[in-house]
Design a protein around this ligand. Structure first.
Ligand code: 8YV
Length: 322
């Protein structure tokens, strides 16, 4: 593969997902936006000629960076979530934004099922029990809760939420969901609000986008509605849940348990959660399989190639042009 030198594309973010980083470097030589004192100097020299930004999740592309690039036309993100990109600023300028949907839905749904099973059945704690020699010393591990036959609510029945629902049907779960709008023809029961959803289910799975409108959709009242016998699973974004309320309630027994792949301030996890056996904690691994990360990387690169060659994005969240 020949490496193409570009001077109209810019890398933004110093923490690119490794597969994307490698696949991108195999095809393109792209300058990176420096941080700190060198940024202003770099922008003064190069900002004018940048047409496309490539980024990979956090820290994203904020309004300040968008404003600093007067000829920016497109932002290519490696990842489904575009919550770290200022979409409002992009829309105002007619800047296109692409993400990597679909290719990760099954893997993220598998992660959700893993979290649900581990949280209800205490599989992580059971594994630790054996490793610590407690089985031989203390005998029978305490009983857990069945997933089969439960009522499960999905907050955000999009592509990932639907893949989670399909899997749960195999566990004979009754599925309900809440979205901003009811989905015509959906086989699942619709709840008018997150609160109404939480009131009627045993397990609430958060699978929404992480944009500003979704911030703290799961607040204290929603967690109270789930209650001491209820469970919260989050594979979306930490910002969707009021994390302080969650920590307090799950530690105090007001919420039955929680399975969390995402947190409000990653990679920092509240210390109060670390010793709780009714909580399962993952380091944001929803889509983290080699195959899926490669598929995401190749789709992001396809968006970049396509934009540079045709002016169109393959999987746009926002189409370029006013
Ligand atoms: C990755 C994700 O952590 O796709 C997303 O929105 O949250 C994850 O799959 C991230 O995007 C990798 O850059």
């Amino acid at each position: 593969m020949t490496v193409e030198k570009t001077d109209d594309v810019l890398r933004v973010g110093d923490n690119f997902e490794p597969t994307f980083d490698n696949e991108l470097a195999a095809r393109y030589e792209i300058p990176a936006l420096p941080g700190g004192p060198h940024r202003a100097e770099f922008l003064a020299r190069h900002a004018e000629r940048i047409r496309v930004v490539v980024t990979s999740g956090k820290p994203g592309v904020d309004a300040e960076i968008i404003a600093a690039l007067p000829n920016l036309e497109a932002i290519v993100n490696n990842g489904a979530g575009v919550d770290m990109i200022d979409l409002k600023a992009a829309r105002q300028r007619g800047i296109g934004v692409s993400n990597t949907p679909d290719v990760l839905s099954d893997t993220v749904a598998d992660t959700a099922l893993g979290l649900i099973l581990m949280t209800l059945r205490h599989f992580g704690a059971a594994d630790r029990y054996v490793r610590a020699g407690r089985w031989a010393r203390e005998g029978q591990f305490p009983y857990a809760r069945d997933l089969s036959g439960l009522q499960v609510g999905i907050l955000g029945l999009g592509r990932i939420g639907s893949a989670i629902a399909t899997r749960l049907l195999g566990f004979d779960c009754a599925i309900a969901y809440h979205n901003r709008h009811r989905i015509d023809g959906s086989p699942y029961r619709y709840a008018e609000s997150p609160l109404e959803l939480a009131e009627s289910v045993d397990v609430l799975v958060v699978a929404t986008t992480g944009d500003e409108q979704a911030r703290h959709l799961v607040d204290r009242s929603v967690l109270e509605a789930l209650g001491p016998e209820g469970y919260l699973i989050n594979i979306a974004r930490g910002s969707v849940v009021d994390q302080d309320a969650l920590v307090e309630m799950v530690a105090g027994g007001a919420l039955g348990g929680a399975g969390l792949d995402v947190f409000a301030d990653e990679p920092n996890v509240p210390a109060a959660l670390l010793d709780l056996d009714n909580v399962v904690l993952f380091p944001h691994i929803g889509s983290a399989t080699a195959r899926t990360r490669r598929a995401m990387a190749l789709l992001a690169i396809r968006n970049l190639d396509s934009y540079l060659n045709t002016g169109e994005l393959v999987t746009p969240v926002l189409r370029p042009g006013k």
